[in-house]
Write a protein that binds this ligand. Sequence first.
Ligand SMILES: Nc1nc2c(ncn2[C@@H]2O[C@H](COP(=O)(O)OP(=O)(O)OP(=O)(O)O)[C@@H](O)[C@H]2O)c(=O)[nH]1
Ligand SMILES: [Mg+2]
Length: 348
Amino acid sequence: MFDKVGIVVKAGDGGNGIVSFRREKFVPFGGPDGGDGGNGGDVLVIADAAVSSLKMLARKRYYRAANGKNGGSKKRHGKQGENLRLAVPVGTVVSYKSQIGDKTIIADLDQPGEQAVVAKGGKGGFGNTHFATSTNQAPQIAQKGEEGEENSIILELKLIADVGLIGYPNVGKSTLLAAVSAAKPKIASYPFTTREPILGVVEVGRLSFVLAEIPGLIDGAHLGRGLGHDFLRHIMRTKVLIHLVDGSSSSPVDDMIGVNNELSLFDSSLAKKPQLVAVNKIDLPQVSGRLAEIKESFASIDAKAFFVSAATGEGVSELMAQAMRLLQSAAKPEAAKIKKVFHPKPRF
Ligand SMILES: Nc1nc2c(ncn2[C@@H]2O[C@H](COP(=O)(O)OP(=O)(O)OP(=O)(O)O)[C@@H](O)[C@H]2O)c(=O)[nH]1
Ligand SMILES: [Mg+2]
């Protein structure tokens, strides 16, 4: 898999400025005319819809942009070093890697054409023309070009899921994902078992969609609490959400509202995503004994919930079928956006 690639990028060094003096017939003391060096080329990462994987970039470890050329006499500027553009798939996240291995995200290239400078080219040095003063009209100094930046970067391709599986910790997201797909997430009776989004392919008849467990959503997630922020960005890309709540909680409906609040605090468009709510763990007697009451509490806020048991599979296939239908209708407006082009026939 090439969904993560680490490379080193080096921007071009700036060209040197030079020391030079005008030499003309009949001008005994020509002034300084040393030109400036050209800037070194930058290294950029650019999202390209025609690129589908990071495989090509993984072939090399070191990438460098061209150096700037030195300045010339007669105040000639050195040529700029050409930028190096590395094309990556849309949906690539770019981070710097520090020497101790820490990662800092610098760009999330979501849209075709979006780009990020990952190493800045060095500035060209000044030629001696810049150093002439009233007392020193024949400066013998010029500036060296700056070195171009060198950085270790990590490129990660975010796998884009169609459906996000959200909910507070420990509600049974992993259990549900394991029940409907071949994914094998760790399941345990304590919160934060899942620490990174996990994907699985769900088959519904002849169709399928990619379901992602989004872990770590707690109150304050929009502020970065829990495993918060990073994962909320993942949900931005999904088209439909399955919102799982624990039927054995004191108030499943309040849990749903709590998580939804976090979503809208993070980004109002998240709260508007089509969402299916499912009350889980209905196999437990303390849950099955109060189904009517839970149903009533959802109805009182005009919400409808599915009732499922990820453990026994009850109600699960209906939930997935509904997610598939919702996904199909969510995908339709995209198709309608394609404009028809009419080519009028030429008249003779
Ligand atoms: N009885 C019962 N227990 C369930 C059901 N679904 C999940 N559980 C249990 O609930 C606990 C949490 O399940 P997980 O699937 O790990 O929950 P999660 O939402 O993925 O939790 P985190 O990843 O830790 O946030 C585990 O002990 C599961 O066995 C269910 O339908 N019925
Ligand atoms: Mg989990």
